[in-house]
Design a protein. Sequence first.
Length: 567
Amino acid sequence: MNKLLIIPILILASLIGANAAFATTTDISTPTNGSTNTSKPVTFTGNTVTEGHINLQEDGTTIASTTADVNGDWFITTSNVKNGTHNYTAVWVEPDYNLAFMNGQAEGTIEVVDVNNHEFVDTIVLPDGAFSNDLVVRNSTLYVQITENSYSLFSIECSILEYSLPDLTLTRQISTGGDCNVGSIDVNPDETIAVVSYLDYSFTSFHIIAVDLDSNTIIDDLDTEFTVSDGIVFSKDAQSFFFRIGGGVAKFHLENNSIEADDAQGYNQDFSPAIAVDPVSGNIAIAEVETEGIRLINPNDLDDTTLIHVADNATTFTRLAYSHDGSKIMLVGQNTDGNYVWEIDTNTELVSNEYALTDYPESVGYTPDDSQYVIGDNFGSGTIFFGVPGGSNYTDSIVEPQRAYAMRNSNFIAAFPDGDVSETVSITNNIAFTSYGTDPAGNISTKTVSPGGTVDVSGSGYLPNSDVTITLNSTPVLLATVKTNSSGAFSTTVTIPSNTALGSHTLVIAGKDANGDDVNFVLQLNVVRLPATGNGTENQLIFAGTIFLLGCAVACASRKRRKISIN
C-alpha cells in the first residue's frame, strides 16, 4: 500500500483565504453552568454571531427550536426538560439556504452561491498556485480535487482538499501524486473512499486513483490503457465506480480491483465528461455528441444501452445531471444554433423542454429538493443561470467576481448540517412534575374515565415529606391527600365519584416545590360513559338483546316494505 502524504493543517491554515461567512459561535447566557432550576417552563437565552436557526439540545437530543434575530440574540422557553442533571447545548443551523459550490476553475477559487437568493455569499481561496478541477459535497464535507500548476506548495502537484461545512475550514490535504492536468473526483456516501481521474501534463498518461480516506492509503493507482475523460462517478450501491473512456464508459469493481469496459471501448470518440448515475434505478447516463443524444447504460451490463436523441446538429455536450427523484435529466451544451439546455423525461425518454442560453454552459445541477436547477458559464462572463424544472425560461444573474463556473448535482448542500455548538452547560432540574400514570415525567395531561373509574397520578420535584392534595373540579371534591417521599415524589390512585357529571373536568394537584413555594398543577379529565366490560354472562345477555332488537328491526322493516308494495 502507498501511504498518502497528509499536510499538517496548522501549516495550511495560513494559506487559506476563505471569508468563512458561515462560521458561528453560539453561547448560552442563561441558565448558567452548574445552576439549578426549580420551576418550569425554563427559559434559555444566548447569542450567535449571525441570524439563523437555533436547536436546543438536552443530552444531544433536540427539545426545542427558535430563530436568532438580526443581532444573533435568541431565547427559548420550554417545558420539555427532564428532572436531574443534564447537559444543554445550543446548535446553530441554517435551514433556508440552497447552496451551490462552484469552481472558479483557473481562477483558483471556489464560489459559494445562495441559490434561493441568486447571489454569491462566500469565496474559498485555494492554496497558492492551485486551481480546482472538480469537487463534491458529502454530508458536512466539501472534497476538492486540485492541480497546483505553480509546483510551489510542498512540491505536491495533485491533491484532494477537504473543507468542513458550514464554516469552510480546510481540515486536510491529501496528495494523490502525479502531475495532473485535468480530472474529476467522487466520494462514496460513507465517505470512506474517494476516486479521482486525471490526465498528466504530458497528455500521454491517464490515471484512476482510489483513496481509502480512513487509512490514508491509495487502494489503486491505475495507469489505464484507455483514453480517459474527466468524468467519474460511484455506482448507486457504491460497490463500483464508472468513468468515461473516449465516448464510452468503463466500470471498476472495488471488490476485486478489476476493470470492465464495453466491448467497443467507447461508443464514439466524444471526450465529454458528462456522466451521471440515476439515484433511483442506478442506470448510467452519458452524453454523446456523435449520436446527438444521451445513452442510458445498464450498470450490470455495459452493452445493454438505450439511446435518447436530444438535438440535431449538436457540437458539444458539457455536463448532465439527474433530478434526485430520477424523473428528469438535464443536459447542457451547444448545437449549431447556439448554447442550449435540454430537459429529458426519463419515463417517456423524450426531450420535454429546451431553451437557449446567452452564454456557453459548463455545468448543471438540481437542488436537493429538485425545485431549481443551476447552470454555470465557461467563459468568465460571470453568468449563473437559475431556473425551475419544466419551466419555460430561466433567470440569469450577472455576478461578481466574474469567473468560469463549473459544478454538478453533488456540489449542492440543501441545509447546513449542525453548525458550531455552544459550550456544554450542565444544569440540574429539580422541578415539580405531575402527570397521569406512574411516570411523573410522562407528560400525560389528559385522561378519559367513566364515573366510578380510577386514574393513576404521580409527581416529582416536590418538597420531600410534604402533603399533596388532589381535588376534582368543577365542583371541588377532595379525592386524596398523599405525602411525598424523601425524594419529593409521590404516586397514587384516585377514584372518580360515581355521581360525577359527564363532561370535561380538571384535577388540581397542589403542594410545595423543592423551595417550599406553593405550586399547582392542572390535569384535564374527560368523564364519559365507557362501554361495559363485564363477565361472560353479561356479554351473552347483551349479545342476545342485540339479536332480539335486530330481529324486531328486520320484522318492522319487512312489514313496512309490504305496506309500501300494496300502495
